[in-house]
Ligand binder design. Structure first.
Ligand code: ZN
Length: 487
């Protein structure tokens, strides 16, 4: 199948950020075979021609960190620090089963595709009583939508209460925290076996799935588990994804366990390399910036989530200045409430102007867009993230006869600052049109909403019960938070 996208304003997001006024893109199968000025288009018959005269073509975005089970609880979680927020969020997962994980991934995936993301990393933690915690159901949802995905199975073999600097709180609160996290942890070997079986069952790039291990966070895993996951990723040439230094409490805990930063600990284990991506990376040390640069690992910035639960401002400016290819994510809808990557682009191009006086380091719109496209693809070893010959055909067409782009002054700046997803017309993933005229082509959108509401209604009693338990833990967690900040 050969497709010609005729005459778009072509925003390539290649290393030079080339823009071609009247461009042309040729797709053969699932790859781009030509991208350049229209007059250079190879002369041959096409099976399909997409008239993009009044469109902007840009590469599909890569949402480099989220948690698909969270889509059913958007708008529901309190704006409180991660350690408190997490008790509430975990409560919402407790009774979810495969149907619910499917519905939740479908809902978030629909939102992503309709807003120009063509790949997502799903750092999946669900219900331990389901096979692979329910991750298989989420993968089926993303395959049904035609959304490329990196499914990273979240593993942890430490008791949660041992991974945060809880004080001498009431013993009954410790008991409650233990109850809530009791079945999250398995033995190290059981998790490693699960990772291997999960990858065997689902890794299939032809079906849009990259499957890989996803240690929950450095301090939540034994060294043996971290090294075991890294060995699996290395052996199978897969990504490795984890949470890193999201909060000050984690940094404090990391220092007390390891005597140096969490990233330095990972490096001492020999697992900081090009295939490693680290969500958040907020509470890192100056040396860590250098370490990211030297090893080629990728920090993943999640600006909306970091603001929503007050985690802090990531050192994105310092990382970019050091040449680190920072990627960008939404994080889960429990700490963001949406899955719109244009929102992440805009925030990342805005919020860093508030910190520090060196305006030369402010994140530019082009940098924000690179974070959302080629940097994310690079993080996961995907041949995507730019419109160039040889790349996977993951392409978004934006309508340009809209207030966002008329008058047209600077297309890259206008995508970063003016686009909110409402101009997305066509989305192509792996050479297939999955959004046309702003609507999904492979799945009935009303059915997605119906399934999501059905799951949410069924979960209501368990969510209310578990939220009550989470509330009882809040004082101990709040004490810890204020102690860590010395207040
Ligand atoms: Zn996360």
């Amino acid at each position: 199948m050969k497709t010609l996208i005729r005459n778009p304003l072509l925003v390539t997001m290649n290393e030079q950020n080339d823009v071609v006024d009247k461009g042309s893109i040729v797709i053969d199968g699932n790859r781009i075979t030509f991208a350049g000025p229209a007059e250079w288009t190879p002369d041959r018959p096409f099976d399909q021609i997409i008239d993009a005269d009044r469109m902007i073509a840009m590469p599909g975005m890569v949402n480099s960190h989220c948690h698909s089970p969270a889509n059913l609880v958007r708008g529901m979680m309190p704006s409180k620090p991660l350690e408190i927020w997490r008790a509430y969020y975990r409560a919402s997962l407790r009774d979810m089963r495969d149907d619910d994980f499917y519905a939740s991934a479908l809902l978030g995936g629909m939102e992503m595709l309709k807003n120009g993301a063509t790949t997502v990393l799903d750092h999946f933690a669900g219900n331990p009583s389901c096979r692979f915690m329910g991750a298989g159901a989420a993968i089926h949802a993303m395959r049904d939508l035609g959304l490329r995905h990196v499914a990273s199975l979240t593993v942890t073999d430490k008791n949660y209460e041992d991974t945060i600097p809880l004080g001498q709180a009431d013993a009954s609160l410790h008991d409650e925290i233990k109850r809530m996290s009791a079945n999250e942890a398995k033995t190290t070997q059981a998790w490693l076996d699960d990772c291997e079986a999960f990858i065997d069952a689902f890794h299939d790039p032809e079906k849009l799935t990259t499957a890989c291990p996803g240690p929950s966070a450095v301090q939540r895993c034994t060294d043996e588990l971290l090294k075991g996951c890294a060995a699996i990723s290395r052996k199978r040439r897969l990504p490795l994804h984890l949470h890193l230094a999201e909060t000050k409490a984690q940094q404090v805990q990391g220092d007390s366990i390891y005597g140096h930063s969490l990233l330095q600990h990972l490096d001492a284990l020999g697992i900081v390399g090009k295939n490693l991506s680290c969500a958040h990376s907020i509470w890192i040390e100056d040396n860590d910036v250098e370490l990211f640069a030297q090893r080629g690992a990728t920090p993943v910035h999640n600006p909306a989530s970091n603001l929503r639960i007050g985690s802090g401002l990531a050192k994105v400016k310092e990382l970019l200045a050091a040449g680190v290819p920072v990627a960008l994510g939404t994080d889960g809808a429990a700490s963001n409430d949406g899955q719109n990557m244009f929102d992440a682009v805009r925030l990342s191009a805005l919020i860093h102007n508030q910190a520090g006086s060196d305006f030369n380091q402010w994140v530019t719109p082009a940098q924000a867009l690179a974070m959302a496209t080629r940097n994310g693809a690079r993080a996961f070893g995907l041949d995507a993230g730019m419109i160039a010959p040889g790349k996977l055909a993951d392409i978004v067409l934006l309508r340009r006869d809209t207030p966002a782009y008329r008058p047209l002054n600077d297309v890259v700046n206008q995508i970063a600052f003016c686009e909110n997803g409402s101009n997305v017309d066509t989305v192509i993933v792996n050479g297939e049109i999955v959004v046309q005229g702003g609507r999904l082509t492979k799945v009935d959108e009303m059915e997605v909403l119906r399934l999501a509401e059905q799951s949410r209604a069924r979960l209501e009693p368990s969510i209310q019960r578990e939220l009550g338990a989470a509330r009882s833990m809040e004082p101990a967690l709040a004490e810890m938070y204020f102690r860590v900040f010395g207040k």
